[in-house]
Write a protein that binds this ligand. Structure first.
Ligand SMILES: Cc1cc2nc3c(=O)[nH]c(=O)nc-3n(C[C@H](O)[C@H](O)[C@H](O)COP(=O)(O)O)c2cc1C
Length: 223
């Protein structure tokens, strides 16, 4: 059996040290609007071949007060905020109903970049969820009906039987959006753009929204 505390294993964890030799990030380099800056970096992540550039880790507050986090895919990012889609009965949705705030992280590691944000959260309109649901492949649409996300299930066979039942229910017709499935919008009030630099002297720029006039203040943080 592998001994995960063995010295060679420790050497592997301690010795892993990537040098970040990227160009620097100055306050004068970034857009005054953080979502414009996010879109710029997202495009560079796409162009750079980053795996799943839409993936963001979203942290919510559990009923026990402990943070809970998981990856979801961003489907919209504009002046209104960042939207992801999920099951409204899932653990994350119940947590967001209870405490409609979240933190999120994008890890574009191939570009030595991280983007963090903190946000208030709201459901998107039914019309927006309908439009996005209609764009999904039929298999994903059936999955939204079939999977009681975050609930315990006995085995894989139970899930597959639920998918078959949904497939039969909607045979020969379009799959409508289930009422229990839709979007959440993160409306950030704080962002941080992080760019890796040599010797761990990374660049960090933080945006905070001025609630009085909606403008953003950008400052540099120590790494
Ligand atoms: C790359 C990746 C993308 C994912 N995208 C989504 C998504 O967009 N929506 C979603 O509900 N779950 C997505 N998941 C699954 C979630 O991480 C999570 O397992 C699921 O939503 C249940 O979370 P919960 O029990 O905390 O509600 C994704 C997982 C990975 C690894």
């Amino acid at each position: 059996m592998t001994d995960w505390s063995a010295p060679d294993r420790r050497a592997e964890l301690w010795g892993r040290r990537e040098q970040y030799e990227t160009e620097g990030l100055e306050v004068t380099d970034v857009d005054i609007d953080p979502v414009v800056q996010w879109n710029r970096w997202h495009q560079e992540a796409l162009d750079g071949g980053v795996a799943e550039p839409n993936a963001m880790t979203v942290a919510t507050i559990g009923a026990d007060g402990v943070p809970d986090a998981r990856i979801v895919l961003v489907r919209e990012a504009d002046a209104d905020g960042l939207v992801f889609y999920t099951n409204y009965g899932s653990v994350k949705s119940r947590q967001l109903d209870e405490a409609p705030v979240a933190a999120a992280v994008f890890s574009w590691l191939d570009l030595h970049r991280q983007v963090r944000l903190r946000a208030r959260v709201e459901r998107v309109s039914a019309a927006e969820s309908d439009a996005y649901f209609a764009s999904r492949p039929r298999g994903s649409q059936l999955g939204a009906w079939a999977s009681p996300q975050s609930e315990e299930i006995a085995d894989r066979a139970e899930l597959e039987a639920l998918v078959i039942a949904s497939d039969e229910e909607f045979a020969d017709r379009d799959v409508p959006r289930p009422a229990h499935w839709g979007g959440w919008r993160l409306v950030p009030f704080e962002w941080e753009f992080w760019q890796g630099r040599p010797s761990r002297l990374h660049d960090r720029l933080r945006y905070r929204r001025d609630d009085a006039d909606g403008t953003w203040q950008v400052v540099r943080l120590a790494p």
